[in-house]
Write a new protein. Sequence first.
Length: 294
Amino acid sequence: MHNQLPRNKIEQLARLNATRPVKVLAVTGGKGGVGKTTVSTNLAVSIAARGRDVMLVDADLGMANVDVLLGLHTRFHMGHVINGDCALEDAIVTGPHGLQIVPAASGIKRMANLSMAEHAGLIRAFSDLYHRVDVLVIDTAAGLHDSVVTFSQAAHHVLVVVCDEPASITDAYALIKVLSREHGVQRFQILANQTRRSGEGPDLFNKIQRVCDRFLNVGLEFAGSIPFDDYLRRAVQRQTAVVEAYPGSISSVALKNLAQKADKWSVPQGARGHLEFFVERMVGARIGPETVLQ
Ligand SMILES: Nc1ncnc2c1ncn2[C@@H]1O[C@H](COP(=O)(O)OP(=O)(O)OP(=O)(O)O)[C@@H](O)[C@H]1O
Ligand SMILES: [Mg+2]
């Protein structure tokens, strides 16, 4: 279904992509509603605005999906790609600054038990990709869902979004514990969201670090704070990323700072950085019957 370009051109571009390192960021948080989709969407838009080629994968089934947040109309999704109904290129919708968005799948509830042919299809879908990708941002679901583990394991940087409330802290800790003890993820970036005073973010980070230092063997870094901001809610109503709708708002400034930081996080060298290896790692890290790519 690659209608736009001749086959030999696609193959040439896909070969070029196969040697290009891709930085993979998974946005997680444990608890629902902490701001994962808000952060991943605005982060992806902001990194794209910095001139990078960014792809945002919506790996969540939640209500406020990326396409809704950005007011996009989607025809195909990842489920169609896995089924071979369309190429990955056909499912991609374009957002601000050329951001490429892969909409959430519905109907496929079984990332963990894809057949070998479907695995191969998924890997091929990514290796056939002729769009350039420098950074892949993944918006994950709430909770300790298998898909969250799968994507976090496959990512190079795991961003944990936390709010200063007991349930969020407990859930973030539970997520870090499971990912580190059972799935070999040892490094985490902690992002404080919806902060209401200066110093709240660092305090929250210290709280989490203290308990992690005591019980877990992990390295945490403080990625920064995103203040609580009414403009963010207004942007949601306008179905526009806040960094586009209200670029001078306090949340936008903080989100753009985060993008600047994330843009400097190291890009892995060697084969493990390539896009199809990301997918191989992802499908290779299958864990339970319910792992979902949707
Ligand atoms: N910094 C902020 N200031 C004000 N409102 C915020 C902020 N961050 C997120 N919100 C609001 O909180 C709500 C939940 O955010 P979002 O959908 O991004 O969370 P989520 O973690 O993706 O949720 P889910 O677990 O359901 O996927 C949204 O209405 C969003 O606009
Ligand atoms: Mg969400």
